[in-house]
Write a protein that binds this ligand. Structure first.
Ligand code: ZN
Length: 273
C-alpha cells in the first residue's frame, strides 16, 4: 500500500490523524488497507462502527441477525427512528457509507453459529465483539483463537463496563483464561432485565474502537494482559491483571475445547448490551 496516493479530499478528511506523529500518512494508509469485523450492531457496535468508519478502516464487517426495535434507540446510536423494523446491518451499512465512502462494508445479516462463523471471521485483522449473549461471546472468542485473529471484547451492565483485548497465540491469556465457561443461565442479569445507561455503552464501544485502532496502527499499550473496568457512578477506571491459565479449557496444557462449541441460546441469559 506504500504507493497509495491520497486524494485531496482524503488529505482533508484524515488531516487530524495525519497530524499525529504516531499515525501520520503511513498510519492512515495502514488503516485504509486494514479490516475489522464488528459482531453486533447494537449498543457497543454502534459507536465502534461509527468511529472505525470515520477513521477510514478500509473494510468493515458488520454481523447482526436482528432488526431495529424501539427499545434499541436509547443507546444504539447508529440507528434512527426511521430505521425501525429494518435489519440492523442494512441500517448500519447505510450510516457507514454516509460517513465515509472509503469504507467497504461487508454485511452479515445471518445469526452467527458454529457452522458459519469461521468463514465470517477469517481474513479480518481484528474482531470487535459487542454481542448481547454469552453463547455468541464464547463462540466469537473461540473462533478468534482458532483463526488467529485478535479480539477486542467489551461488555456492559447498568453503570459498569469491561474491556479486554485478546491476542492469538500461546503465551497470551485467552478469553477463557478469564471466564472458562459461560455462567449458568439466570446468574447474570441481562440489560433487558437490569437496564443500562446508554451513554455508558457508548463509552465502552468507543474504547473498543480506540483499542482496535491502536492495534491496527501498532501503537500504544493494548489491554492484552489486563481487564479494564469502568464504573460510571464513581467515575473510576481500574485495571486487573490477566494471565494465561495453565488449566484453561481452550489454551491450557490439556485443552478440552478443540472445536467450536455452540451453547444453547434459547436457555442462555442475555447478559450485555
Ligand atoms: Zn486460555
Amino acid at each position: 500500500m506504500s504507493e497509495m496516493e491520497f486524494t485531496q479530499d482524503q488529505i482533508l478528511r484524515y488531516s487530524r490523524h495525519i497530524l499525529l506523529p504516531e499515525v501520520d500518512v503511513r498510519g492512515q494508509r495502514r488503516l485504509l488497507s486494514s479490516s475489522a469485523l464488528v459482531v453486533g450492531a447494537g449498543g457497543l457496535g454502534s459507536p465502534a462502527l461509527l468511529y472505525l468508519a470515520a477513521a477510514g478502516v478500509g473494510r468493515l464487517g458488520v454481523a447482526d441477525g436482528d432488526a431495529v426495535e424501539l427499545s434499541n434507540l436509547q443507546r444504539q446510536i447508529i440507528h434512527g427512528t426511521s430505521d425501525l423494523g429494518r435489519s440492523k446491518v442494512a441500517s448500519a451499512e447505510e450510516a457507514i457509507r454516509d460517513i465515509n465512502p472509503d469504507c467497504e462494508v461487508q454485511a452479515f445479516a445471518e445469526r452467527l453459529g458454529a457452522d458459519n462463523i469461521r468463514q465470517v471471521v477469517r481474513g479480518y485483522d481484528v474482531v470487535l465483539d459487542g454481542s448481547d449473549n454469552f453463547p455468541t461471546r464464547f463462540l466469537v472468542a473461540d473462533c478468534c483463537r482458532f483463526e488467529g485473529v485478535p479480539l477486542v471484547s467489551a461488555a456492559v451492565l447498568r453503570f459498569e463496563g469491561q474491556l479486554m483485548t485478546v491476542l492469538p497465540g500461546q503465551g497470551n491469556p485467552c478469553y477463557r483464561c478469564f471466564v472458562p465457561e459461560p455462567p449458568p443461565p439466570g446468574l447474570v442479569p441481562s440489560c433487558r432485565q437490569a437496564g443500562v445507561l446508554g451513554a455508558v455503552v457508548g463509552v465502552m464501544g468507543t474504547l473498543q474502537a480506540t483499542e482496535a485502532l491502536k492495534l491496527l496502527l501498532g501503537i500504544g499499550e493494548l489491554l492484552s494482559e489486563r481487564l479494564l473496568v469502568y464504573d460510571a457512578l464513581e467515575n473510576g477506571f481500574r485495571t486487573a491483571k490477566r494471565t494465561p491459565d495453565p488449566d484453561c479449557p481452550l489454551c491450557g496444557a490439556a485443552p478440552r475445547i478443540t472445536d467450536l462449541v455452540e451453547y444453547d441460546v434459547a436457555c442462555a441469559i442475555e447478559p450485555q448490551v
